[in-house]
Every structure is written in C-alpha cells, then in structure tokens.
Ligand binder design. Structure first.
Ligand code: AP5
Length: 190
C-alpha cells in the first residue's frame, strides 16, 4: 500500500494533480476541502460548522477535521492506498494521522510538495474566484489569510516529514502534464 500526502500552499495545484495521480496509481483521493464543500452543499451539521471557518479562510478545528478524515478512510477498507490532499494541515493532524494509520498496520509513504511562489498562486486563486463561486477565493484578503494560516500552522509539517525522511518537493510551476511527470518520477521510486 502506498499512502501519499500531496502538500502545498493554497492554489499550488494539489487537487488538479490528484485527479491524474489517483487513476495512474489506483489511489483513493481524499480532499478535506472537497469533503467540507460537499457537506456545505448538502447543508449538513458538519457543513454549517465548516463554512463559518472556510468563508474567512481559517482552518476548520482539528478535532472535527481529524474525525472526518478518519471516517473517510474507514469507508474505503479495500483501498490500495490513499492520496491525501489538504490533510494534514497542522502538527496535531499529522500526528493523529500517523497514530491512526499505525492502528491499521499502515504508514505515510511520502509527502510530496508542489512548490510555488505566493504571488503567482494568489493570482491563480483570484482568477479562479471569478468563475468558481468559492467564497474563500472571492477577495484578496481571504486568500492572504489562507497563506497566513499555511505559514503559521501548515509549513511546520515540512520539518515534521523531513524528520521522518519522507519529504519531497517538486517545482509546481509548469504545465499540468509537466508537473504530473515530476510527481510520477518520485512516486515510481517509492
Ligand atoms: P482546500 O480545498 O484544501 O483549498 P486550498 O488548499 O486552500 O487550495 P486549493 O484547493 O484552492 O488549492 P490546490 O492546491 O488544490 O490547487 P488546485 O488544483 O485547486 O481547503 C479549503 C478550506 O477548507 C481551507 O481554507 C480550510 O478552511 C478548510 N480545510 C481543508 N482542509 C483542512 C484541514 N486539513 N484542516 C483544517 N481546515 C481544512 O488549483 C488552483 C488553481 O490553479 C485552479 O484554478 C487550477 O486550474 C490552477 N492550476 C492548477 N495547476 C496549474 C498549473 N500547473 N498552472 C497554472 N494553473 C494551474
């Protein structure tokens, strides 16, 4: 089983790349952002709670997010592996994921980051916000807040996974196909 964390700042291309990688490597793609948005669309209790954080560009609290992620993993007992997109985003989430996977005799195989400059990504998200309808892409202040959340709470995971010798990074600028190839070079060696 290979379990990959696709890592990177907001707008780095995690969701875009996951669409290709999940088929190529037969992995179950779990995007916490997509799961929250599904719940918001369906007006569930979880969705209503998540929306109060997401609309501001804040992270949803760990307890809620961890429980949701674990239940999604448990829904896929036959999975050949998982592609985690947007999770973990805090040290508490990373530690909870490790502990949870150990109970299943599993572990994270690699964390692969898509590296890109903030300013390029902010422009990407502002562009997407014109048509996507995502409230957190609608104005620059919310987008900048997502980067602040990333820098404060998510960036420390780089050190966490480097300490486990599981951290890889690729240049996240280029065509979608070029970036898929860069990621595949790493995954093929795992
Ligand atoms: P989430 O949905 O995870 O969003 P994000 O990480 O902030 O950013 P994106 O999904 O916008 O970026 P991405 O890297 O997937 O890029 P994408 O492929 O879409 O999270 C949203 C919110 O949910 C969070 O702010 C938080 O509130 C909550 N949340 C989620 N997970 C959580 C967690 N674990 N803990 C707590 N809260 C959590 O691409 C972006 C754009 O760029 C697209 O328009 C795309 O077409 C374009 N693009 C992609 N690749 C390229 C390329 N190579 N060249 C040019 N454009 C490209």
């Amino acid at each position: 089983m290979i379990n990959i964390v696709l890592f990177g700042k907001p707008g780095a291309g995690k969701g875009t790349q996951a669409e290709f990688l999940k088929d190529k490597y037969n992995l179950v793609h779990l995007s916490t952002g997509d799961i929250f948005r599904f719940n918001i669309k369906n007006d569930t209790d979880l969705g209503r709670l998540a929306k109060t954080y997401m609309d501001k560009g804040d992270l949803v609290p760990d307890t809620v997010t961890i429980q949701m992620l674990q239940s999604e993993v448990d829904k896929n007992p036959q999975a050949a592996g998982f592609l985690f997109d947007g999770f973990p985003r805090t040290l508490a989430q990373a530690e909870a994921l490790d502990t949870f996977l150990v109970t299943k005799g599993e572990k994270i195989t690699a964390t692969i980051a898509l590296d890109a400059d903030d300013e390029i990504l902010v422009q990407r998200l502002l562009e997407r916000g014109k048509t996507s309808g995502r409230p957190d892409d609608q104005d620059e202040e919310k987008i900048r807040n997502r980067y602040q959340e990333y820098n404060e709470k998510t960036a420390p995971l780089i050190h966490f996974y480097e300490g486990q010798n599981k951290y890889y990074a690729v240049n996240g600028i280029g065509t979608i196909q070029e970036i898929t190839e860069r990621l595949s070079l790493i995954i093929d060696k795992l």
